[in-house]
Write a protein that binds this ligand. Sequence first.
Ligand SMILES: Nc1ncnc2c1ncn2[C@@H]1O[C@H](COP(=O)(O)OP(=O)(O)OP(=O)(O)O)[C@@H](O)[C@H]1O
Ligand SMILES: NCC(=O)N[C@@H]1O[C@H](COP(=O)([O-])[O-])[C@@H](O)[C@H]1O
Ligand SMILES: [Mg+2]
Length: 389
Amino acid sequence: MAAIAKILLLGSGELGREFTISAKRLGCHVVACDSYAGAPAMQMADEAEVFAMLDGDALRAAITRHAPDFIVPEVEAIRTEVLAEVEAEGHVVVPSARATQMTMNRDRIREVAAVELGLHTSRYRYAESLAEAEAGAAHTGFPCVIKPVMSSSGKGQSTVRDAGELARAWDYAVANMRGDRRRVIVEQFVDFDYEITLLTVRTRDGIRFCPPIGHRQERGDYQESWQPAAMAAPVLAAAQDMARKVVDNLGGFGLFGVEFFVKGEEVIFSELSPRPHDTGMVTLISQDLSEFDLHARAILGLPVPQPRLLGASASAVILADRDATAFGYAGLAEALAVAGGDIDVRLFGKPVTRPWRRMGVALARAGDTDAARRLAAEAASRVRINYDN
Ligand SMILES: Nc1ncnc2c1ncn2[C@@H]1O[C@H](COP(=O)(O)OP(=O)(O)OP(=O)(O)O)[C@@H](O)[C@H]1O
Ligand SMILES: NCC(=O)N[C@@H]1O[C@H](COP(=O)([O-])[O-])[C@@H](O)[C@H]1O
Ligand SMILES: [Mg+2]
């Protein structure tokens, strides 16, 4: 194999797809894995493997069969105990088996951040029953946010305004949690002014920060993001200091998406991804090196320069609204014709639609972030999904 490195990619969604493109440009061989065939990254990769990554035996078999130089998780739902075992046997897990274990479970990363590192977080309690959730809410006060400790993209998450809504939130969390732990975190609702993702790259030559990314979420899932987010210098410095502490604790090399809420001068750590972040897709148009390029370079031990911002930019998601296997796209030309800035679109090639499933993203670069957000939203709205059934 005349590749510079072999990568086993665990998870093959849109983030893995762009990462695969970045890694392949640098001469890597990529084996893309996920639980279904034809996943976005598989369409770009050298090889594909379909299996349940929470199945420890299947995961270990894939690692043994491919003997990769780097194991690169792309989703959280992975049998991370196996990653810890193979790391101990000499495999390289990106960024580290510890990082994947801590971030797969909200309670574990919360303990690292709030207890071990003493970072400022929202008030919280864990609960394994409705009665414990009620006690948790008594501790946080209302409103509070209930989330399964194992979930992502807002799945199973709800905001509870009063005690009467708790039972429904508990049931919803239990019904939508993944993995095998019936546990939720009850978090104080933070009435933040804005929230950011701070893309933080841990390289052999030290830490690099991308300019902060602002974003807006609905149903716990991201709708639009923009870069740079306007922040006072001391507030950004405080976030950078916290991000540095967390990624140094987790260890390894690669890019992390560290999430914060900001209220006035107060910076509240929320959570992080030890991998490229969905809100960071804006870097596909905003930076000379995207978050995917930075992740690839950091993993491979290549030089990682300070990323350069090319201009104020934004991303806006393109969502499906129903279940379908037969569908097509229209309006791409109209989207790319949006005037007033530089426009681009990514369609992920997902084989089926679901209500709210992210199928693509529109990107825009303009004079300022407000203009970029307007253009990205306009471009996203012009891409239509035509359902045949
Ligand atoms: N305690 C809170 N107070 C106010 N808003 C919150 C709180 N927790 C979560 N949110 C809102 O919900 C969004 C999603 O929450 P969080 O990042 O914890 O979920 P997630 O499922 O891990 O999402 P992702 O995987 O996309 O990062 C946050 O970005 C924020 O907008
Ligand atoms: N917030 C995490 C996130 O955005 N993850 C991205 O979504 C994919 C799953 O999408 P799907 O649910 O449409 O298959 C994941 O594979 C990853 O690329
Ligand atoms: Mg999040």
